[in-house]
Design a protein around this ligand. Sequence first.
Ligand code: PRP
Ligand code: URA
Length: 209
Amino acid sequence: MSRVHIIDHPLIQHKLTLIRDKHTGSKDFRDLVDEVATLMAYEVTRDLPLESAQVETPIGIAHTKVIAGKKVGVVAILRAGLGMVDGILKLIPAAKVGHIGIYRDPETLKPVDYYCKLPTDVPERDLIIVDPMLATGGSACAAIKFLKERGAHSIKLMVLIAAPEGIAAVQREHPDVDVFTAAVDECLNSHGYIVPGLGDAGDRLFGTK
Ligand code: PRP
Ligand code: URA
């Protein structure tokens, strides 16, 4: 069963409150999502393997650690996942970035895919899928399936807000994928929106609607 990591650092919780606020405009919304993505990246990368290293300081030799050559890939689910990419790249600038275009059909709530461009060495990378919202879980499960069909075997899912329904879907369909979220909300409404959530993440990020 995949694990659910709720990252409840005070800075993240504070910023998430501002993100949820319906009075927060697109510019502040974008900035805050970017900042929270950076903060969450600390936890998501906590298990990256280290190897021994040594450097010469001005005083002597320091026996230290560096990340053991692991290759990371960040995969954004378009559109809203784009808002979390730069925040992670601030910490892991060498990560390659993939894009999977998926939107949710407003009637059926089923995922519809329309674009995919991934790093060529997907099987060798530790992949972090990013999307602010895990609602029914349809989009995330479709993205995970996409990556697995291309040979991925190390995948984490990083979201800002998850609904219990979405978590259950990932755990059922992809029990090997851990979920990292800043909050688990109450439920979905009849339109498939997370309650209380933050509204439509893509529209709020990009000022559409
Ligand atoms: C939103 C969100 C997720 C998806 C979550 O995208 O960014 O990708 O919905 O819902 P689900 O868990 O029920 O699949 P949306 O379909 O609104 O597309 P957009 O980002 O292009 O606006
Ligand atoms: N997509 C969003 O952007 N928000 C939700 O609450 C659910 C799906």
